[in-house]
Every structure is written in structure tokens, then in C-alpha cells.
Design a protein around this ligand. Structure first.
Ligand code: OGA
Ligand code: MN
Length: 295
């Protein structure tokens, strides 16, 4: 059965004793779901998954999303990966060679280096993400995870009361604009597909009753708050929630599978020299529904 070794109290666990290349028994699936509810980040080393095996594992967490990368500016191009449900988290082009410097996909990829949670810019956001590493750079390119339950717990009571019922506006193009993506390079069709959405700022975990901050660089404003107050509050919460005591840094090895719960964590990629290849792919499960019933 699963051998689970917590890295910290209840944030991040390493798991061995399971072969994800093989079909799983119902009790193994249940154990993986329960482990994610408890720890929020799971690290499973030595899982050399092919695309189909990765998708099969991901499905235990819910129906899968279609990657936004399949309909971005690179639309008309072939993809490196064979399935629309897999996001290409690599610096490789469709032929498997390093992308050239001007490839717009580089900017999309760079967005992953801002603190975020996956698909919070969709009205039904992501629950679990499963990122599988095939090739990793010899230095750099770690991924950091921040525990939004611990961050909520550590907030002072006044702030908790102030923010608990607030609603945030998440916009995919806001995080792109932070990186200098000019509005005019974004095709209308792409923009129309991803309008801003409303999300609660504080979430509840149905499994254990814990609350968590629901933050991301996709947030452009807090509803019903003037722009200055909204920016100041977001800056304060982001800075607070990403302090070192809430963070785990994952140094990748090839064939690592890392699973995280987007409902109660943020993550970001870290820099690496683009002369090195980094090949990863992500499968993403959808949450049960929107965080707010009316958009
Ligand atoms: C992701 C992501 C960060 C990284 O796959 O969702 O944000 O380090 N990845 O590649
Ligand atoms: Mn991400």
C-alpha cells in the first residue's frame, strides 16, 4: 500500500509504494484522493508515465480540462503533445527542439513564474493538477508551492473578518499584462474565450473544514472596492501568503510526478537557463463547479 512520508506537518508528502503506470485499484485511488485532501501537494518520484497513463491517474480527481495552450496564439501550429487535455509545460516546440526566442509560447510559459493557482481565470477552476517531468535542467527550474490554508490560519483576526466575504476578479490577460504582453497582440477570439470571472477570496475545504486564501496573479481587482484599496489589499495578501514559512520548493528529477490541490495552494516556476531543455506536461482536473453560483 501507499507509503506516505510528510515533508512538513500537513503540507507536502512524498509517496512511494505505488506504480502509476499500472491501472489502480479503487482503494489506491481513494488513498491518493485522501492524501491530496490532507497534504495539498504530493510528490511521487520514479513514475515514468506516458501520456495515457498520466491522464488515467489524473481522472481519479475529476473530469479533465482542455489545455488553454491548444487555443492560444499557437492555435494553428502542431502541438508537441498528443492530447488536448495535457498542457505543455516545456521550452520545446512542436518538433521537440528548443523554442526560438521570439516564440509567443515563451511568454505564456513565463506566466508560470508568477504566483498563481491553475485556471482560477475560469468560472469552474481547477482542483488537482498533475505535473510530470520528462527532462529537467541540471540547475534551476524548481517549482515553489505556498500553503494557502496555513496563510489563512496565520492572518490576524481583523483581516480575516475584513476579507472573508470578498470577491476577486480573475483575468487571464491581467497576469499576461504584468509580463508585458501588449493588449494588441492578443487575438480577439482568444480574449473572448476567456472573459474575467468572479471568485471567492476565501475558500472552504469540504473534506476537513479548513479555510484557505484563494489568490493568484490573475486577480486584477476586488469587487466593490476602489482601485487603490483593492491593489493595496492584494499586494498585502500576496506578500503575506508567500512568506518562506508557507513555502515548499520542489527540485525536480526526471520522472517525478507532483500533484497539487489548486483550491488551497499557489505555485510558481523559478528561472532556469534557456539553453537547457525542460520537458514537462500537466493534466488538470476540474473542480465540481464555480466558487460562486452566479457569475
Ligand atoms: C504549471 C506551472 C510551474 C513550473 O504547470 O501549472 O505553473 O515550474 N508550472 O513549470
Ligand atoms: Mn500553474
Amino acid at each position: 500500500m501507499l507509503d506516505i512520508a510528510p515533508v512538513a506537518d500537513d503540507f507536502v508528502a512524498e509517496i512511494v509504494g505505488i506504480d502509476l503506470t499500472q491501472p489502480l485499484a479503487p482503494e489506491q485511488e481513494q488513498a491518493l484522493r485522501a492524501a491530496l485532501d490532507q497534504y495539498a501537494v504530493l510528490v511521487l518520484p520514479d513514475q515514468p508515465l506516458n501520456e495515457e497513463q498520466q491522464l488515467r491517474v489524473a481522472q481519479i480527481y475529476g473530469p479533465l480540462e482542455t489545455s488553454v495552450g491548444t487555443y492560444t496564439a499557437s492555435d494553428k501550429k502542431q502541438r508537441r503533445l498528443g492530447h488536448a487535455q495535457l498542457s505543455d509545460i516545456s521550452n520545446l516546440d512542436e518538433t521537440g527542439e528548443l523554442m526560438n526566442d521570439t516564440d509567443i509560447r515563451r511568454l505564456v510559459l513565463l506566466g508560470n513564474q508568477l504566483w498563481h493557482t491553475d485556471s482560477s481565470f475560469k468560472s469552474t477552476p481547477a482542483s488537482a493538477s498533475l505535473l510530470s517531468a520528462q527532462e529537467v535542467p541540471p540547475v534551476g527550474g524548481a517549482t515553489e508551492f505556498a500553503d494557502m490554508r496555513a496563510a489563512w490560519d496565520a492572518l490576524d483576526a481583523d483581516t480575516q473578518v475584513q476579507i472573508q466575504d470578498l470577491i476577486a476578479i480573475h483575468d487571464y490577460f491581467h497576469s499576461r499584462s504584468l509580463l508585458g504582453m501588449e493588449a494588441q497582440v492578443i487575438p480577439d477570439e482568444w480574449r473572448a474565450r476567456q472573459p474575467p470571472v468572479r471568485q471567492v477570496l476565501v475558500r472552504n475545504n469540504a473534506y476537513n473544514g479548513r479555510r484557505s486564501l484563494y489568490l493568484a496573479s490573475h486577480i486584477k481587482a476586488i469587487e466593490n472596492m476602489d482601485d487603490q484599496a483593492s491593489r493595496a489589499l492584494l499586494h498585502k495578501l500576496m506578500a503575506f501568503a508567500t512568506q518562506p514559512q508557507f513555502i515548499y520548493r520542489h527540485r525536480w528529477r526526471a520522472n517525478d510526478l507532483v500533484i497539487w490541490d489548486n483550491r488551497c495552494t499557489m505555485h510558481r516556476g523559478t528561472n532556469y537557463n534557456q539553453k537547457y531543455r525542460r520537458a514537462m506536461r500537466r493534466a488538470t482536473a476540474q473542480d465540481a463547479g464555480p466558487t460562486i453560483s452566479t457569475q
